[in-house]
Design a protein around this ligand. Structure first.
Ligand code: SF4
Length: 392
């Protein structure tokens, strides 16, 4: 909720108090609940909340009528309904269903509100048809066994890896590897397309080891990243390796926790293939912890230009020399033999939804629901949300 401070102040002025306040502010769930309570009914309250917040919110609400499920008005986050005989379930991840005997029967539409009762599903508000779902779900943040809009994550990652391999005609390698866990399916796709074997030069300490992007501070992120991957020298030594990675954010973890370990274990060449284009913007819905100035692509541009630039468009187009200079700078910075990013068109094709149904803001600065491009210099999440609100 990008305008949380403004909404909180408004509610406080109206005499509302909040039960949970931490140093990061008001609990967002409580804020959303207070906004819903200001409606004349649950459905009216959810509609009002959707109209008031600048950001993204899908929710499930337990009530004496049953379970209300409401998908975010822009559909950036998913909700799916499952059925097992006469029982219904709702989840953001369809992977919750198979082991409980549920089948997904409906991917909810943006803005849609459903009530799940003992007698079945009741539509309380139809969807608004303006879908722009987060594409990062398929590239990185989603679970492999989940499907969004009926499209499975693992299959998309394989498609993405195949697309990366199709553009690699000028390198000779011995095998393909994926950075565990989210790079693995991209690497399997690359291996299937290229005919090169898939191997594991780095294994995870335990399958449940934490995700290194979740902790809010860099020190904890770095510690998790350093500890979680263990190199296998017998596989690495003397080999030319393609390494598929979901994305490169700051570049520090890839450099320190993956590339350095591979060089140290005797790799001959390291060719890194991120499954998405260079990240240029922090998530406009605050779904990521990254800041503009931290992004390795922005650091590269700052270094090449000697200042922040307002017009980023040459750096978004893989056919320009500026784009190539930026990629070369990053390759030197993370210390790899070659670096080649996924093209945005290939990413869209790997997912298989029409481009206009996807949020691609991280890479092209195009705000969901907005025709304007936000290709400015420093563009933090909160200012992105202000631009989004202004365009609406
Ligand atoms: S800005 Fe990026 S992370 Fe945020 S919803 Fe869009 S694609 Fe997903």
């Amino acid at each position: 909720v990008g305008n949380a401070v403004e909404l909180t102040n408004r509610l406080l002025e109206d005499g509302i108090s909040f039960a949970e306040v931490s140093k990061s502010g008001i609990n967002m769930t409580e804020l959303v609940a207070q906004l819903i309570l200001r409606g004349t009914s649950i459905v009216n309250g959810i509609e009002k909340m959707f109209a008031t917040i600048e950001g993204s919110c899908s929710l499930i609400l337990l009530h004496e009528d049953g379970l209300y499920a409401a998908r975010d008005k822009k559909g950036s986050t998913p909700l799916v309904i499952g059925q097992r005989e006469n029982s219904f379930a709702v989840s953001s991840e369809s992977c919750a269903f198979p082991n409980l005997g549920f089948e997904p029967i409906k991917y909810m539409e943006p803005g849609e509100i459903l009530l799940l009762t003992e007698s079945g599903l009741i539509e309380k508000r139809a969807g608004n048809g303006e879908k722009q779902i987060c594409s990062f779900l398929w590239i990185y943040s989603g679970f492999p066994a989940s499907s969004y809009e009926g499209i499975n994550v693992e299959v998309v990652r394989e498609n993405s890896g195949r697309a990366l391999a199709k553009r690699d005609h000028d390198i000779q390698v011995d095998f393909v590897a994926g950075v565990p866990d989210s790079g693995i399916a991209h690497a399997i796709g690359y291996s299937m397309e290229s005919g090169k074997p898939y191997r594991r030069p780095l294994v995870k300490y335990t399958p449940g080891y934490g995700r290194s992007y979740i902790p809010p501070n860099q020190e904890t992120r770095d510690f998790i990243a350093t500890m979680k991957l263990i190199p296998i020298k017998e596989i690495i030594k003397g080999n030319r390796i393609v390494v598929c990675e979901d994305s490169i954010v700051r570049g520090t973890q890839l450099k320190n926790s993956t590339v350095r370990k591979l060089w140290k274990a005797g790799a001959k060449e390291i060719h890194v293939r991120p499954a998405c284009p260079p990240l240029m913007f922090p998530c406009c819905f605050n779904l990521s912890t990254r800041k503009t100035y931290e992004l390795v692509a922005r650091r590269a541009i700052r270094s090449l230009e000697g200042k922040e630039v307002q017009d980023l468009s040459p750096y978004l187009d893989p056919s320009t020399s500026k784009y190539q200079q930026m990629v070369n700078w990053i390759a030197r910075d993370i210390d790899v033999t070659t670096l080649r990013y996924q093209h945005l068109d290939d990413l869209v094709q790997a997912i298989g939804l029409p481009r206009e149904k996807l949020c691609l803001y991280c890479w092209n600065g195009q705000c969901p629901k907005s025709k304007e491009k936000v290709l400015g210099g420093v563009n933090e999440a909160s200012s992105s949300l202000r631009v989004l609100a202004a365009n609406e």
